[in-house]
Design a protein around this ligand. Structure first.
Ligand code: SF4
Length: 393
C-alpha cells in the first residue's frame, strides 16, 4: 500500500501513481492508517453525491467516500438484494459491506439523490445494525427561502446525532476550522481544474480524477499537502499541445467511470476541459464563509453557491442552460454525456441536454458505462469516429 504522504522529492507522475493505488484499494488502507494513528479515531463513509463532510471532520472523525468498488470486486452477494436494473455503484457499495470491508467504519452517510440511494440506506440499516446510518434530506425546493433554514436545521439534527454517538461536543470553532480546511482543498481543486481547462496539455482529466479520488479516501490535511505540491510542480511540467478536440463531459456525477475509460477518451483524441467527476467533493463554486453560524453558512452555500447537478433540483435555473454555458465558456467543440447504465437522474437529464445541445448547435455524443468495465474498444471507436467527424468536417 502506498503511503499517503508525499514530499518535495515527489514527481507528478509518482503522485498520480500513488493516487491510483489509493483509489483502487478497496481495503481502504489509507483511511485505516489514519485511524490507527491515535486511539479512538472514527471513520465515516459517505455515499454520493454531496455530503457535509465538515460536520464529520469537526467531530474529530474522518469522512471518506464509499462509492462503489469499480472493477476491484466481484458482486457475489449484493445482487440478491436489488433488482437487476439497478446501477452498479449501489450493488458494489453494498457488496463492500457484505464482504466485511466496511467493518472499520463507525457509520455511513446517505443522501436524498435518487430511489436506489434511498433504498441502499435502508438496506444498510437492516444489514448492519451496529453502524451509525445517517440519511441527509436536502431541500427539494431551492427557490423557497425556507430551504436554507430547513437545511440548517437538518445539519443541526446531524450534529446532535454525531455528538451523541461520539460523546463529544462539536463547537463553532471546530466547524469553522473544518470549513476552512475543506475550503482550501476545494479552492485548490478549482484552480487545478482551471489550469486544465486553459492548458489541457498540462494535466489530463484522468489525472485530476485520480487526484480528487485519492483525496476522498485519506486525511484531508494530507490531501491538502499533496495538492499544494501538485500546484508547485505543474508549471514546471514539460508538455506540448496535441491535435485534439476540446470537449466537456457531463453525466458521471455518481457512479465512477473506470480510469482507463477516461484515459481511452483522451487517447482517442479529446481534451476533456471540464467534467462532473466527484462533483460532491468539489460542490461549492466559492469558499463557504467563515462566520458565527457555520451551519447557516454551509446551508446557504448549498443553496446559493453550489454547482448544478443532476441530483439537485433548482427551479431558479435550468441544468441544460448551465451545460451550454459551460461548453461556451470553455470554448468546447463538443459535449460528451457519459452516463452510468441504469442511472435514472443522468439519463433523464440526457433528454433535456440533447435538445438544448441540438438547439445550440453543439455536437454531442452519449456514452454509457458501468464501473466494472474492463474493455473499452467500443467506446474508443465511437469516440474516434466522433473526433474525426469534427476534425475533418
Ligand atoms: S448512479 Fe444514478 S441511480 Fe445510481 S445511485 Fe447514483 S444517482 Fe442514483
Amino acid at each position: 500500500m502506498a503511503t499517503t504522504q508525499v514530499d518535495s522529492t515527489a514527481t507528478l507522475d509518482s503522485i498520480f501513481e500513488t493516487c491510483r493505488e489509493i483509489g483502487q484499494d478497496m481495503e481502504f488502507s489509507a483511511a485505516k492508517q489514519w485511524q490507527q494513528g491515535a486511539p479512538g479515531r472514527k471513520v465515516f463513509g459517505c455515499f454520493q453525491i454531496y455530503s457535509p463532510v465538515e460536520l464529520i471532520h469537526a467531530a474529530g472523525a474522518l469522512p471518506i467516500a464509499v462509492v462503489g468498488a469499480g472493477n476491484q470486486l466481484e458482486i457475489a452477494h449484493a445482487d440478491s438484494r436489488f433488482q437487476s436494473f439497478v446501477c452498479s455503484i449501489v450493488k458494489s457499495t453494498l457488496e463492500l459491506g457484505l464482504t466485511s470491508r466496511l467493518k472499520f467504519l463507525e457509520g455511513m452517510f446517505f443522501h436524498s439523490i435518487c430511489d436506489p440511494a434511498r433504498n441502499l440506506a435502508s438496506v444498510f440499516v437492516r444489514n448492519f445494525p451496529e453502524m451509525f446510518i445517517e440519511y441527509v434530506h436536502f431541500p427539494q425546493n431551492l427557490a423557497s427561502p425556507l430551504g436554507k433554514q430547513y437545511l440548517e436545521n437538518e445539519y443541526q439534527r446531524i450534529v446532535g446525532n454525531l455528538e451523541t454517538r461520539l460523546g463529544r461536543k462539536i463547537t463553532t470553532d471546530d466547524l469553522n476550522a473544518s470549513i476552512a480546511l475543506y475550503n482550501q482543498i476545494r479552492g485548490l481543486l478549482r484552480e487545478i481544474y482551471e489550469i486544465r481547462a486553459n492548458r489541457p496539455h498540462m494535466i489530463g482529466a484522468a489525472e485530476t480524477f485520480l487526484l480528487t479520488r485519492a483525496g476522498t479516501l485519506m486525511a484531508p490535511e494530507e490531501h491538502l499537502k499533496m495538492l499544494q505540491i501538485v500546484m508547485d510542480l505543474l508549471p514546471k511540467r514539460p508538455s506540448r499541445p496535441k491535435d485534439r478536440i476540446r470537449v466537456v463531459l457531463e453525466g458521471s456525477f455518481c457512479e465512477l467511470p473506470p480510469v482507463p475509460l477516461i484515459e481511452t477518451l483522451e487517447e482517442a483524441g479529446c481534451y476533456i476541459l471540464d467534467d462532473d467527476f466527484f462533483r460532491g467533493w468539489r460542490w461549492f463554486t466559492s469558499d463557504v464563509p467563515i462566520q458565527s453560524n457555520p451551519l447557516a453558512a454551509l446551508a446557504e452555500s448549498y443553496c446559493d453557491r453550489s454547482y448544478y447537478s443532476g441530483v439537485k433540483h433548482d427551479s431558479r435555473e435550468t441544468k441544460s442552460g448551465h451545460l451550454i454555458q459551460m461548453a461556451k465558456e470553455r470554448k468546447a467543440d463538443a459535449v460528451i454525456i457519459q452516463a452510468a447504465k441504469f442511472c435514472e437522474p443522468a439519463l433523464f437529464d440526457y433528454a433535456l441536454y440533447r435538445k438544448a445541445l441540438d438547439d445550440a448547435n453543439i455536437p454531442h455524443l452519449l456514452l454509457e458505462f458501468e464501473e466494472k468495465g474492463w474493455i473499452f474498444d467500443r467506446a474508443r471507436s465511437e469516440v474516434e469516429t466522433f473526433v474525426e467527424s469534427l476534425m475533418f468536417d
